[in-house]
Design a protein around this ligand. Structure first.
Ligand SMILES: Nc1ncnc2c1ncn2[C@@H]1O[C@H](COP(=O)(O)OP(=O)(O)O)[C@@H](O)[C@H]1O
Ligand SMILES: [Mg+2]
Length: 320
């Protein structure tokens, strides 16, 4: 039985998700650099702020001041979003003494951030581990009941901070904690190429995959729902635009107002940490005796060029 869904704040994405995300579960937003992962994740937090919720952004990739400036370019005010600066001072694979960053950094809001971008700590290098992040989240949840959390990105957390050969187990434990917290979470995942999947995909209850590629007219952006356990969803690739007005996802046939929501055959609780099913082929069969749910078109995505080819090189930022 689906509880009331959690809106991502981007109407087109909510349409693709048949209303939004299922609350209390961890999801990932994946894509190569510059596809809009931080934007989609932050929009999800802003939606929570608008609804009067407490929301937390864990900054691992980019210093919070940079994130704030970048999000302002979409016309967004993120000052009420709580932020924990978990960016590394040393960004290296160096395994020399790791000091627990949680003792010297605190959760604040974007509004209260100091103006300067934090540089290397005066006290020397500080670092953070996945355990530290888990502890911080547990402690923070005791103080403030966050309904939405974003970890941006779990790829960097894995690359720089999980200092153990048991990386997969550490990630699994992290996902289990997120489920236990009862918070709806988005973790961003940076993919090296379009066609790759990340280990996090197997643990998340759903994945929004972002794409960008070039056609003769220029840069094209798109989104698809790679997986979404426990709900019907759109299986098409949809055009996505980033502009001064934020994120726009075009969906041809939004659900009619007042139309009753019928449960899908997929509306079952998943077994915890189950391996991923083959993607993109979720069943769409109808439950007997109930009207069919509104289905997304099954043809090629409207106004969309052919699917993106794998990107060249290191997948770095190439858009303007
Ligand atoms: N006002 C804007 N109009 C159009 N594109 C923008 C605007 N502001 C930022 N962008 C684009 O957004 C992209 C970065 O989005 P971001 O969410 O940070 O990506 P990611 O987290 O996937 O690396 C960049 O490609 C940038 O060019
Ligand atoms: Mg980002």
């Amino acid at each position: 039985m689906i509880k009331e869904k959690v809106k991502t704040g981007t109407p087109g994405i909510d349409n693709m998700l048949e209303g939004g995300l299922i609350p209390g579960r961890p999801y990932i937003v994946s894509g190569t650099a510059g596809t809009g992962k931080t934007a989609v994740a932050m929009r999800f937090l802003i939606e929570g702020v608008t609804a009067g919720e407490q929301v937390l952004y864990v900054a691992i990739d980019e210093p919070p001041n940079e994130v704030k400036a970048n999000m302002e370019s979409f016309g967004w005010d993120i000052s009420a979003v709580h932020v924990f600066d978990a960016t590394s001072d040393i960004l290296s694979y160096d395994k020399t003494p790791v000091r627990d960053v949680s003792t010297e950094r605190k959760v604040t809001t974007f509004k209260m951030l100091p103006a300067a971008i934090r540089r290397t700590s005066e006290k020397g290098p500080a670092d953070i581990s996945v355990n530290t992040i888990q502890e911080i989240l547990k402690q923070e949840m005791k103080v403030t009941k966050y309904s939405r959390i974003v970890v941006d990105s779990v790829t960097s957390l894995r690359r720089f901070y999980i200092r153990t050969s048991e990386e997969y187990l550490a990630l699994q434990s992290f996902f289990r904690l997120l489920s236990d917290l009862g918070t709806t979470t988005i973790l961003t995942v940076q993919l090296p190429e379009q066609i790759r999947t990340a280990p996090e995909s197997q643990m998340a209850r759903g994945e929004l995959r972002l794409h960008k590629w070039f056609d003769p007219k220029g840069l094209v952006r798109a989104i698809n729902i790679e997986k979404f356990r426990g709900s019907c969803h759109d299986h098409s690739v949809r055009p996505l635009k980033l502009s001064d007005e934020g994120i726009t996802v075009k969906v041809a046939a939004p659900k009619k107002r007042g139309e009753s929501k019928k449960p899908c055959p997929e509306d079952e609780e998943p077994t915890t940490e189950a391996p991923t099913e083959p993607t993109g082929e979720a069943k769409q069969a109808e439950a007997p005796g109930t009207p069919a749910p509104p289905q997304p078109e099954s043809g090629p995505p409207q106004e969309m060029p052919p699917p993106p080819p794998p990107e060249d090189g290191d997948g770095g930022e190439s858009s303007g």
